[in-house]
Design a protein. Structure first.
Length: 399
């Protein structure tokens, strides 16, 4: 295609944002690039606005500075400067072309060629750019793909994937989030052939993408295709059961990435958490989702309080979803778990010492035994009642 607009639309509302307007005034040749253009054409709200420009980074910094806009060199090697306008940041990236790629990183050279910059994008629907007047430029048929709901790589799919294997997971993220409905057959074939390259990605990058796939409102189609092409087995070799996840998705369980990972897994959750380098909180919750006791609708309040004293309510609620607890009784149980105050054992070691017990192992032993008594009673004894029982136990054990 020539470098002429493929479409003209009324300038979207976000372009009238004063913070963005001053940046565009400083860089009048800049265009809105990538996802923001895609979302505008899909009628979706725009969260982040990125700009592209043929100016080199030094010229971008100079233009922004002269306009009184703070310029932060956030990624000069890749041509990115962040313009901070009225407390908000907008990434401005110089047009680039790839010089060399290794499946994870790319060496780039700056260019003034808009088509060359679009050619290095992953998908046609992300290779669009738009001026502040609403002129949309489309070099690879992205508008037609948006209208047809087709997710297609720019150029040769195998080449795009070999440049960065993370694009395989990004492909499924866009499918999961409903940006497209139809997977281009050539893309599917290239993904099947390129699955082994996922092993070159860092654990952090894999989990970042997986969490976004699992957190989509309805990732059923994407998950099914990931399983069929061997992608799930490549990124979660500990074992998965896509059928279990599909069953969960058929209910009304929340779009919770960790909950969905927990139901998908058939292997050791601790091993998965370690390999994917989940945070400590994520690791603990994933393991608890697989190992915590299951609350049942017939449980009385004392039983639920005992469980809540040991486990967070979101973990216990998650367990009911993993057990595929459906129906009114299970819904009522989840409401009870969500609304009940979480009991907290009211004594600490200093309370034991205050009653004359010398600091040491006996303090912990007494606290553990007393906490067991408190749990057995349904977690209703307050601090005063616990101290009374503690004193009684100390007297009984004193010769």
């Amino acid at each position: 295609m020539t470098d002429s607009p493929a479409l003209h639309i009324p300038p979207p509302n976000f372009l009238s944002d004063p913070a963005l307007a001053v940046v565009l005034a400083a860089l009048p040749e800049a265009r809105i690039a990538g996802g923001a253009v895609r979302d505008v054409l899909l009628g979706r709200s725009v969260a982040d606005v990125d700009l592209a420009t043929p100016r080199n980074p030094d010229a971008v910094i100079e233009a922004l500075t002269q306009a009184g806009i703070r310029a932060v060199p956030t990624g000069l090697d890749h041509g990115t400067v962040t313009a901070v306008s009225q407390g908000r940041g907008f990434e401005v990236t110089t047009l680039r072309r790839d010089v060399d790629t290794d499946g994870r990183h790319a060496a780039v050279a700056f260019t003034s060629d808009w088509r060359a910059d679009a050619a290095r994008r992953d998908f046609t629907i992300n290779a669009l750019s738009m001026t502040r007047d609403g002129d949309v430029f489309d070099y690879f048929g992205g508008i037609a793909d948006l209208r047809g709901g087709v997710l297609r790589f720019v150029g040769d799919p195998a080449t795009r994937i070999a440049e960065d294997y993370l694009r395989i997971l990004r492909f499924f993220r866009f499918l999961a989030r409903g940006v497209a409905r139809i997977a281009d057959p050539a893309a599917v074939a290239a993904i099947r052939s390129g699955v082994a390259g996922l092993g070159r990605l860092s654990a952090e990058r894999i989990w970042h993408e997986l969490s976004r796939i699992f957190g989509a409102p309805q990732p059923r189609t994407a998950i099914r295709l990931m399983a069929e092409l061997g992608v799930l087995a490549a990124v979660i070799p500990e074992g998965t059961d896509a059928g279990r996840l599909e069953r969960l998705l058929s209910g009304e369980a929340p779009a919770d990435p960790l909950l969905r990972l927990a139901v998908l897994l058939t292997g050791d959750p601790a091993a998965v958490a370690t390999r994917l380098r989940l945070s400590s909180a994520e690791r603990d919750r994933l393991i608890a989702l697989r190992t915590a006791p299951l609350a049942k609708p017939a449980a009385d309040d004392s039983s639920l309080r005992r469980l809540l004293a040991e486990y967070a309510p979101e973990t216990l609620i998650g367990r009911t979803w993993l057990a595929f607890g459906l129906g009114k009784n299970w819904d009522v149980l989840r409401q009870r778990l969500a609304s009940m105050p979480r009991p907290v054992f009211p004594l600490e070691g200093r309370d034991v010492v205050a009653l004359g017990v010398a600091p040491g192992p006996r303090v912990g032993s007494l606290l553990r035994a007393l906490r067991g008594w408190w749990l057995q009673g349904g977690c209703t004894a307050d601090a005063s009642a616990c101290r009374t029982e503690l004193a009684r136990r100390i007297r009984r054990a004193t010769p």
